[in-house]
Design a protein around this ligand. Sequence first.
Ligand code: G4P
Length: 193
Amino acid sequence: MKTLKERILQDGKVLGENVLKVDSFLTHQVDPLLMQEIGREFAQIFKEEGITKVVTIEASGIAPALFTGLFLNVPVIFARKQKSLTMKEELLTTEVYSFTKEVTSTVSISKKFLSEQDNVLIIDDFLANGQAALGLTALCKQAGAQVTGIGIVIEKSFQSGRQLLEEKGLRVASLARIASLKNRQAQFISEDE
Ligand code: G4P
């Protein structure tokens, strides 16, 4: 997606060789017009798939997921990393290990929001090692729901996430695929215009 890649080049900050800081438009301050365009793009990619729910994980997946749900006209569920006081009902839960943060967190979704009738599109802001997407897939499977696709805003293609997900038979669609962050510059994989 051209506008996203231009925005990454303009406002993204490369930290070391592995981390791209995009807190001015995606992970802290959020640009609603860009999120709208992202949501429209994901909806376009997955419009023939009969998606019934969009599933993401708090916090930074919520903005792109919400606009995707808007354009697909389906509800959006975000998995929680901490149990809410009002979540008294039965939960689907799994453990997600973050290589970036070196912590394991328990993520959960209320059983009542997913069933075997559901056909899920998972949306997330970043794909690095694929652990968040894999955890969300596990939650959907616990509910008997089908995961039809994974939509990623920024894929770091030099990390192992895409390979891991594709090996499990999952379809991954990323709007910007970064081949390298060397020399403080994002280099994109060119076929994703
Ligand atoms: P993985 O899910 O693909 O395995 O990724 P990993 O554990 O490495 O990443 C953990 C967190 O860091 C995730 O956010 C992920 O979105 C984010 N992340 C990974 N690589 C980058 C990067 O290059 N830049 C930025 N800005 N974030 C990155 P999270 O812990 O779920 O937190 P939240 O910020 O969404 O609440």
